[in-house]
Ligand binder design. Structure first.
Ligand code: ADP
Ligand code: MG
Length: 260
């Protein structure tokens, strides 16, 4: 899949640094995601993939570096220890609400029905009226094949169904970019396909997506770009064809062969 090379940059990340204590986890990561890009983020366990996504939606604050969404740069101020912190909490909330996050562990609200999970954010954050929010939620549930489960509680759904609802819930907030952190890693193998199919349909719609995954089929055939992290640095970054076709590094070859 190819995106238009002249498409505007939706998410721009420059030189992200992050340490936990004296453990330097991210050592200068940069990435420009253009509108419609589907970027797979690959790397061994502990290479910093989740920390990178968490720095983008500001669940973690990058110690250094910048994050811009749709041309708006997150304002940072320096602390005395030289690290930075967001200068404007309202801006953080605004930027975060435009990044849809899907986690490994579904994270649906267990005391709410499927439908209520979908309309909660639109009602409270986007200030939609109920009829509008319900109408859109039903459309999104149909899109992920969950329309007939609108009255169910999460505990009564399979992992694959919960993850499809979690994707629909993220979409209900009209995100500019969708971030996925190993969305299929907690699923029984027979449930992985239904979630990957939904993700593929979002890619085909032209949504901008960053996907941390160990699914090599998705990385190779659905995403148009691949970023391979090693110990907090970008080891490879290119089109899927480049990264998989040339298999430039021995490290990447080994990574791929251990995930077949
Ligand atoms: P990945 O998602 O690629 O497996 P992570 O981003 O979760 O990697 O973690 C990268 C490194 O950062 C690991 O060594 C992990 O133990 C460490 N780390 C992640 N989050 C924290 C945290 N909140 N506190 C301390 N160390 C952390
Ligand atoms: Mg992780």
């Amino acid at each position: 899949m190819n995106t238009n090379p002249s498409a505007p940059v939706t998410l721009s990340v420059k030189n992200i640094q992050k340490s936990f204590g004296d453990h330097h986890v991210l050592k200068g990561i940069s990435l420009d995601a253009k509108e419609g890009d589907v970027i797979s983020i690959l790397g061994a366990s502990g290479s910093g993939k989740s920390t990178f996504l968490r720095c983008l939606n500001l669940l973690e604050t990058p110690d250094d570096g910048s994050v811009s969404l749709a041309g708006e740069e997150l304002k940072m101020k320096r602390r005395r220890d030289g690290r930075q912190q967001p200068a404007d909490r309202r801006q953080v909330d605004r930027i975060r609400s435009q990044l849809g996050m899907v986690f490994q562990s579904f994270n649906l609200w267990s005391h709410m029905t499927v439908l209520d999970n979908l309309i909660e954010g639109p009602l409270r954050v986007l200030k939609r009226n109920r009829a509008e929010a319900v109408e859109e939620a039903e459309m999104l549930l149909a899109k992920v094949g969950m329309a007939d489960k609108r009255g169910h509680y999460p505990a009564h759904l399979s992992g694959g169904q919960q993850q499809r609802v979690a994707i629909a819930r993220a979409l209900a907030m009209h995100p500019k970019v969708m971030l996925f952190d190993e969305p299929t890693s907690a699923l029984d193998p027979e449930l992985v396909g239904e979630v990957l199919r939904v993700m593929r349909s979002l890619a085909d719609e032209g949504r901008t997506m960053l996907v941390v995954t160990h699914e090599m089929g998705f990385a190779r055939h659905v995403s148009n770009r691949v970023m391979f992290l090693h110990e907090g640095r970008v080891d490879l970054d290119g089109t899927s064809q480049e990264v998989f076709g040339e298999q430039k590094s021995e490290r990447f070859r080994q990574f791929v062969s251990s995930h077949q």
